[in-house]
Design a protein around this ligand. Structure first.
Ligand code: TYD
Length: 210
């Protein structure tokens, strides 16, 4: 991707690990620090993306795994081109729920497509864009499921997958973090939200100085 002046932070992890809470806390803290923040997400960070989100999360019946991977990649390509890159060019901080690591973990390990191909597909779509910092919230899928049950919302297509799917997704995320230790910060998401937020801030503070 073209060099940028802003800071691009993504949050990753399985369903129910608390990404949205941490994205909100991070946005609030950055705002208090005087930073202009764009908070966004995939899938669904744009108008086109919202349509794609509806298909991938709520379509009744199967979607062929390669078609699902292409839908996420299409959402991503449009999102980076129209939201993320412009914000970074304006020197803003982008706090983003999920990016291509989710595709590698869910469509790669979860759906058993080739992980390297999934990654290349997204990188092709975005002209090679990678975040400056990726926070991986790591939690045992059984604990995450308890949280989702407590939230009492209907499950979407991915959340409704079986436990072994979510176990593979978790392992895939951890492998990605091991492969790129400079980009990733792995945080134990079983900790209280305030402790998690503090760990994230410390990493982001370093990146802001850098
Ligand atoms: P998310 O917005 O985190 O769901 P929720 O709002 O219910 O917390 O993510 C939606 C789902 O899409 C989630 O189960 C993970 C999945 N997903 C993929 O399978 N591949 C991808 O590339 C992305 C971005 C998400």
């Amino acid at each position: 991707m073209s060099a940028h002046k802003g800071l691009w932070i993504t949050l990753e992890g399985g369903d129910g690990v608390g990404k949205s809470t941490q994205a909100r806390l991070l946005e609030e803290w950055l705002g208090a620090e005087g930073r202009t923040v764009v908070r966004t997400r995939e899938p669904g960070g744009t108008e086109v993306g919202a349509l794609i989100r509806d298909i991938v999360l709520h379509h009744r019946g199967d979607i062929a795994p390669r078609a699902e991977a292409l839908l996420y990649a299409a959402d991503r390509a449009h999102h980076v081109a129209t939201v993320v890159q412009p914000a970074l060019d304006r020197s803003e901080v982008v706090v983003q729920d999920r990016y291509l690591d989710s595709s590698v973990a869910y469509q790669g390990a979860g759906r058993v497509l080739d992980s390297a191909e999934i990654r290349s597909l997204s990188l092709w779509g975005t002209g090679g864009a990678l975040p400056d910092v990726t926070i991986l919230l790591d939690l045992d899928p059984a604990a995450a499921r308890t949280r989702l049950d407590a939230a009492d919302k209907p499950f979407d297509r991915l959340e409704a997958e079986k436990a072994d799917f979510h176990g593979r997704v978790r392992e895939a995320f951890l492998a990605l973090a091991t492969a790129e230790p400079e980009r990733f910060l792995v945080v134990d998401a079983a900790q209280p939200p305030a402790a998690i937020a503090q760990t994230i801030r410390e990493r982001v503070e370093v990146a802001l100085r850098g």
